[in-house]
Design a binder for this molecule. Structure first.
Ligand code: C2E
Ligand code: CA
Ligand code: CA
Length: 798
């Protein structure tokens, strides 16, 4: 009775719905939990057919389970099934057929709600896979060891850092796997955690030779009863964190404060934008993010983007020194670009980081150094640079360009006369007027420069020769329009030379245009000349002159003129310089500036030099005899081109022999540029010195003023270039003169000052300590008898 009471209590108050079903399939008992699980109380259930009940519950499977259990009495059948229409309740059904058993005579059906249990299980599983994911992907070392400190689980990063595979580590202890120091550290921490429950510590140790600082937490894992079963450790590499922090700080600082624009982009669209970018381009982040990177470039530059992109997405960095950027307001500037791809661990480009540097300030500064101070226009150097960049860029394209570059040089006609009539300030005002008028063309893409004291130049493009001509005509008309300067009506006239920029040599282009702009032009003659036709004319003229020179040399028509060289201390003529002159039937007396260059070009210079030197030496011998002054010297010019001739030394020796001149009275003058080819030249100079002839450097100070070569060559004296004497009134000019003279003195070289025209200049040179002088002050280069007359006059003076 007692046990029956207990069973009943259990049936009334247990959590499971329990039903007894008799042989006829009718419910004879229903437990207290039935309303909760099946939604019906005992009264409703008792006497109903179980099949009916199964149908009401919508669980046909229930009837099947009863049927099956009837077929195997005494056996417990268990099945899980959803209950109710919405399937949210899952039940476990246990059925056992006791209908043949006396005292029971029923099938017992026990229905247990297991929904909660299943949900918890699923949640646990999810949690498990979540924590596994977390463990594997966190940038942390994570591991769990059992109480004997054998690894139970280790994450990938920890295994990687230790140099093992994770599954190899499982089952071993730290001391079995790692160096003693490290193992000790880890195990001590774990043991402390076992005592204290949790330990957090930052420690530095060496892994694979690298000092690593780790911040780690060790904690005990306990089962539901609260007893410890494992120790877990989570650690983070602080070295890296510190590095990352520093990098982040720097990046942040750089990104927000740099004056360079920093822009990141992905697949050509802007993804970030710093403050400098905002200032440089005028777009706010909101306006620009997501837009194509090309909008930052001037339209002409945008077709460069695809090639940049393809390089970047192949993982290469891109730099461009001259990109034309475009601001929001459409204005443009020159900038440089450095772009690098940002690549993730698997080598995929995730973004492109670009730094854009505004070069305006730098270019302005550069421009200032290349600016003519009077007019503010680019100077000659800037012009050369500009032409060079044109030539470089046109050289790259293989396609025939539709547009052609031209250089035009303009020379103000009779500017020297203008200067002497109106004076410097009017002349300057005139140059400014010309400048203003020329500058108006800059807007149309024309490069305008001041290429010389009375010369302007402009470079432009034209599609045809005809276009070029009419453009130059247009510029010339604009520039030469009558003007008023300082209340004076002025008519400017100019001569223009134009050369196409085809040649690969800027010098050639410049000189072609210059040649044409400097040609002698009678008033009213065509002011504009293009290179191609006129150059031919020029060539013909040159060729004619060369032919005339050739026959003049054959006839020994060229003669030396002589200019005395004077000892500044005694005012005595100590020698002469022989200077070539060409008495021409038509042209009159032609000076060397007209023919020496042509003679060098055509190879006639050797013959010319030999004739002049021969006559001069012959003359010297005669003058020495006549005057009784055997010390009288003769200075003779030698061209660089002659020195290159292999015969030079023998020809010189022969000349000395034939004229019978004392070699010690002969001085050869050579320009600094001849000394550029050091080794060969110094040998030649030595061979000539061995004959007794001395060497002097002509036009000293205009070439490379390097002292080193002065020691290498066997030199006797320096001839200080005329331009230094011309500049004698300025402090800078004087100090130049002084330092040249002092330096020559230190090297044991005599100094001869050229181009002395006035008594003041002579006095200055005396004061500065120059040894000798030469110039119009004493005598212009003169025919032999006149020069000798000058010598005699000096000799006859008391
Ligand atoms: P250079 O050797 O420097 O000759 C000096 C030039 O300065 C001469 O010009 C002379 O007339 C000029 N001169 C002299 N004193 C004064 C002065 O006080 N004021 C000014 N303004 N000029 C002065 P030149 O005779 O026209 O000769 C020009 C150049 O031609 C020479 O410069 C020399 O380099 C070259 N040359 C002359 N004759 C020969 C020669 O026979 N052979 C070679 N290879 N070159 C020669
Ligand atoms: Ca000379
Ligand atoms: Ca000279």
């Amino acid at each position: 009775e007692e046990s029956e009471r207990k069973i009943r209590a259990l049936l009334e108050h247990g959590g499971d719905a329990i039903l007894l079903v008799d042989d006829a399939g009718v419910v004879t008992f229903a437990s207290g939990a039935c309303p909760q699980i099946l939604g019906a109380d005992a009264e409703e259930l008792i006497h109903t057919s179980f099949h009916e009940l199964a149908q009401t519950l919508g669980v046909a499977r229930l009837s099947d389970v009863i049927e099956s259990s009837r077929r195997s009495p005494g056996e417990l059948l268990t099945e899980t099934m959803p209950l109710g229409e919405d399937d949210v309740t899952i039940v476990e059904v246990n059925v056992c057929d006791y209908s043949r058993v006396e005292t029971v005579e029923a099938t017992i059906v026990n229905i247990r709600d297991i929904t909660e249990r299943l949900l918890t299980q699923a949640a646990l599983e999810r949690e498990e896979s979540f924590s596994t994911d977390l463990m594997e992907h966190a940038p942390l070392w994570i591991y769990v060891s059992d109480l004997e400190l054998r690894f139970l689980r280790v994450n990938r990063l920890f295994a990687l850092a230790m140099g093992y595979k994770a599954d190899v580590m499982v089952g071993s202890t730290a001391s079995e796997l790692f160096p003693a120091g490290l193992a000790d550290l880890l195990e001590t921490n774990a043991r402390r955690a076992l005592v204290d429950g949790e330990v957090t510590t930052e420690q530095t140790f060496e892994i694979g030779g690298v000092q690593t600082s780790m911040l780690g937490t060790y904690f005990v894992l306990r089962d539901s009863a609260g007893s410890p079963y494992a120790v877990a450790a989570v650690a983070i590499d602080m070295t890296e964190v510190e590095e990352l922090r520093t990098i982040e700080r720097e990046l942040r600082a750089g990104f927000t404060h740099a004056t360079d624009a920093m822009v990141t982009s992905y697949e050509g669209r802007i993804t970030s934008w710093n403050r400098s970018a905002e200032e440089m381009f005028g777009y706010t982040s909101d306006e620009i993010l997501g837009r194509e990177i090309g909008v930052l470039l001037a339209p002409s530059q945008r077709d460069r983007v695809p090639s940049f992109q393809s390089a970047l997405y192949e993982g290469r960095a891109v730099t461009a020194e001259r990109l034309i950027g475009q601001r929001r307001d459409g204005s443009t500037f020159v900038g440089s670009l450095t772009a690098v791809p940002i690549v993730d661990g698997s080598g995929v480009v995730r973004a492109v980081s670009s730094v854009i540097h505004d070069r305006t300030a730098e270019l302005t500064l550069q421009a200032q150094l290349r600016t003519d101070s009077l007019t503010g226009l680019p100077n000659r150097e800037a012009l050369i640079e500009h032409l060079q960049s044109i030539l470089n860029s046109t050289g790259q394209d293989n396609e025939a360009p539709s547009e052609m570059f031209y250089l035009a040089k303009m020379r103000v006609d009779r500017f020297d006369q203008f200067l002497s009539v109106f004076g410097g300030s009017t002349a300057e005002a005139l140059l400014r007027v010309v400048t203003d008028r020329l500058t108006a063309f800059v807007r149309r893409g024309v490069f305008v420069a001041r290429s010389g004291p009375r010369d302007f130049a402009f470079a432009f493009t034209a599609e045809s020769r005809q276009d070029a001509e009419s453009f130059v005509q247009e510029v010339l008309s604009a520039v030469t329009e009558p003007t008023e300067v300082e209340n004076r009506a002025l008519n400017v006239s100019m001569t223009v030379g134009v050369s196409p920029c085809q040649s690969d040599d800027v010098g050639v282009i410049m000189s072609r245009a210059a040649l044409l702009s400097q040609r002698e032009r009678s008033v009213g003659a065509e002011p504009i000349a293009f290179f191609d036709e006129r150059r031919e004319f020029q060539l013909v003229r040159d060729v004619t002159l060369i032919e005339e020179l050739r026959s003049a040399l054959a006839d020994h028509q060229l003669v030396p003129y002589y200019q005395p060289i004077v000892d500044l201390a005694t005012n005595q003529v100590v020698g002469f310089e022989a200077l070539a002159r060409w008495p021409h039937e038509v042209r009159g007396l032609v000076t060397p500036d007209r023919f020496v260059g042509l003679a060098e070009e055509s190879g006639l210079i050797g013959e010319l030099g030999r004739q002049i030197r021969f006559s001069a030496c012959h003359q010297l011998v005669e003058w020495q005899k006549l005057s009784g002054r055997s010390g009288l010297e003769m200075h003779l010019n030698v061209s660089v081109h002659e020195l290159a001739d292999s015969d030079f030394v023998t020809v010189t020796a022969r000349m000395l022999e034939r004229t019978g001149v004392d070699p010690r009275a002969v001085v050869f003058e050579i320009t600094e540029s001849a000394l550029a080819n050091t080794k060969e030249t110094s040998e030649k100079l030595r061979d000539v010195s061995a004959l007794g002839v001395r060497w002097s450097i002509d036009d000293f100070g205009t070439g490379y003023s390097s002292l080193s070569y002065l020691r290498v060559f066997p030199l006797d004296s320096l001839k200080i270039d005329r331009t230094f004497v011309m500049d004698w009134q300025s402090a800078k000019g004087r100090s130049m003169l002084k330092s040249i003279i002092d330096m020559a003195g230190a090297l044991g070289l005599r100094t001869i000052s050229e181009g002395i025209e006035t008594p003041d200049q002579r006095d200055l040179m005396v004061e500065l300590g120059a040894d000798r002088g030469q110039g119009y002050f004493w005598l212009r280069p003169a025919p032999a008898d006149e020069a000798y007359g000058f010598l005699r006059a000096g000799l006859e003076r008391p």
